[in-house]
Design a protein around this ligand. Structure first.
Ligand SMILES: NC(=O)c1ccc[n+]([C@@H]2O[C@H](COP(=O)([O-])OP(=O)(O)OC[C@H]3O[C@@H](n4cnc5c(N)ncnc54)[C@H](OP(=O)(O)O)[C@@H]3O)[C@@H](O)[C@H]2O)c1
Length: 251
């Protein structure tokens, strides 16, 4: 396991996400070189300008819809070529969706499954292939505590995130001998555009706090990190509830 991993050349996928932006700001402040990939060109160019202003040595912006899985390998290779190799790849894109809509409308459910599982997992594979060919590098996948147990209020999103966590676990096991460090990040509630419609509570963290946890865990060569850390305990309790009781709870 690599410890104190370098984070000088980093590709951020889903870079317009609040958590990815804050992660990028930490790296930019240290003078890192970044490739930022996002689907909204206006948001993306604002993110790139912000990272340049904060001290990044270099920022390349690439517009892409990451649900288009056939583009992944070329996007990863392009980022590696632009930066002269990759120290880390961060996969941050995600869509919360609406469980009621997903239960009624197969197209809505498919968007959630593709946006949180199929797209991120296939992108993670493309990144792992590239990092393994280099013989080193860190792959960071942003999953969720929602993937730790299926709940009636968001099982489509939760199942997609749970699938992504398992996929990352498999990549970690397969590519560790090739020098690839795979970090699974499981945030709890974070105050970002994704949760703008939810009532806020003390359980919500800022994206800056989550980003600091991501950078620290990546540098330390961690495998799985809950962000903030107290969610590890919360989810251990939630996972321990017997199914015959859990199925009667309104969660
Ligand atoms: N906020 C939370 O409470 C929370 C909790 C646990 C996990 N997470 C995870 O954390 C990650 C970051 O989310 P966030 O909280 O920072 O929310 P956010 O600001 O809403 O970020 C989500 C980002 O994903 C991008 N995206 C979605 N589908 C994409 C696609 N097909 N191609 C390219 N970009 C795409 C969105 O781009 P557009 O701006 O173009 O829509 C948006 O920038 C997500 O994976 C999310 O599931 C969030």
């Amino acid at each position: 396991m690599s410890v104190n991993a370098k984070l000088d050349r980093v590709a951020l996928f889903g870079a317009t996400s609040a958590i990815a932006q804050e992660t990028g700001r930490i790296l930019a402040g240290r003078g890192a070189s970044l490739v930022v990939v996002g689907r909204d060109p206006h948001k993306l160019s604002a993110v790139a300008d912000d990272l340049r202003a904060r001290g990044a040595a270099r920022v390349e912006a690439v517009q892409a819809d990451l649900d288009e899985v056939g583009r992944h390998a070329a996007l990863v290779d392009g980022a590696a070529e632009a930066l002269g190799g990759l120290d880390a790849v961060v996969i941050a894109q995600g869509v919360l969706g609406d469980q009621e809509e997903s239960a009624r409308d197969v197209a809505a459910a498919e968007r959630v499954l593709v946006g949180n599982f199929v797209g991120p997992a296939l992108l993670a594979q493309a990144a792992a292939n590239r990092l393994a060919a280099q013989g080193a590098g860190t792959l960071v996948g942003i999953s969720s505590v929602a993937g730790d147990r299926g709940r009636g209020s968001n099982y489509t999103y939760g199942a997609a995130k749970g699938g992504f966590s398992l996929f990352l676990q498999g990549l970690r096991n397969r590519y560790a001998p090739a020098g690839v460090q795979v970090l699974t990040v499981k945030p709890g509630f974070v105050d970002t555009p994704m949760t703008a419609h939810l009532e806020k509570s003390a359980l919500f963290a800022t994206p800056a706090r989550v980003a600091a946890g991501i950078v620290r865990a990546a540098e330390r060569g961690r495998d799985v990190v809950y962000a903030p850390g107290f969610w590890r305990l919360v989810m251990a309790v939630i996972r321990a509830i017997p199914e015959r009781i859990f199925k009667r709870l309104k969660l």
